[in-house]
Design a protein around this ligand. Structure first.
Ligand code: B1M
Length: 218
């Protein structure tokens, strides 16, 4: 596809204003033009949702507009998902339990990270959003993953990552389990402070980190 034909600006706009059908149509055009599924995240989905976040912060957007933008982003992600997964190796890389922490309903970034990990060959157990420490303990006991991947988008919920890690330690499930954290509220230094094994600033970094950590997981 020539530079002039790249659809990113139109796709970003369609997501920002919540035009799900238009976003889907532009996605089809872009795929038909030969663009790779992974290119949609840094070029369209992530910058569009960042702009939605700016408008929310500046009171130009309120929750209903943010929700319809999120729905449009979801439409694009749902279209890309089977394409990203079709080449995945059969879960040879290890098992990952992932979630958004207790009190937090944001799931777009967590879903992207889970999808990218799956496409890199990890088997994913996705617990969803608003996941309590007890649910995590139960899931780790049941699925025995090499990795736990937690997201938090709110400064008020990132502390629940620490509560979850403490609960795993109390249940004697911490050793042998590698824990990675991410999401807009999280930083490298926060990850260190709460005793996580790594922090990923974006989905691509999360995959690289998961590969590294799974090699040293017992
Ligand atoms: Co919310 N929200 N929201 N929101 N929302 C933010 C996070 C906010 C920054 C907006 C703002 O004010 N500018 C702000 C948080 C402020 C703060 O705490 N510092 C905020 C707020 C305040 C709220 C409410 C409190 C608003 C209200 O009700 N008054 C409320 C809280 C609800 C709750 O969770 N209890 C709320 C609600 C919502 C909606 C439900 C309306 C909706 C979520 C819909 C959904 O997710 N299904 C929503 C949205 C969409 C946003 C913004 C606009 C976009 C989030 C997003 O999807 N980003 C967001 C602004 C922003 O982040 N710029 C905002 C795109 C996504 C791809 O990025 O999730 O960061 P992200 O994931 C990235 C990386 O972080 C990384 O990879 C991803 C891809 O590159 N990553 C990982 C993510 N997880 C990772 C895990 C890893 C590694 C990397 O390892 C495990």
């Amino acid at each position: 596809m020539s530079e002039r034909m790249l659809p990113w600006e139109d796709l970003r706009q369609a997501i920002i204003v919540g035009q799900a059908a238009r976003a889907r149509e532009l996605t089809e055009l872009a795929l038909a033009g030969g663009l790779a599924p992974a290119e949609f995240f840094p070029n369209a989905i992530v910058p569009a949702m960042d702009e939605v976040g700016r408008r929310m912060r500046d009171c130009e957007f309120f929750v209903p507009q943010v929700l319809i933008a999120a729905r449009a982003a979801r439409t694009v992600i749902d279209r890309l998902r089977p394409l990203l997964l079709q080449d995945a190796a059969a879960a040879a890389a290890g098992r990952v339990v992932c979630c958004t922490v207790q009190g937090d309903l944001h799931d777009i970034g967590k879903n992207i990270v889970a999808m990218m990990l799956e496409s890199a060959g990890f088997a994913i157990v996705d617990l969803g959003t608003d996941v309590a420490p007890e649910q995590l303990v139960e899931a780790v006991r049941r699925h025995r993953p090499q990795l736990l991947a937690m997201s938090a988008l709110l400064t008020t919920t990132m502390v629940n990552m620490k509560t979850a890690i403490d609960a795993l330690a109390a249940a004697r499930l911490r050793s042998g389990l590698k824990i990675m954290v991410g999401g807009a509220a999280v930083t490298e230094s926060w990850a260190r402070q709460i005793g996580a094994d790594g922090y990923g600033p974006d989905a691509f970094a999360a995959v690289a980190l998961a590969r590294r950590l799974s090699l040293i997981a017992i």
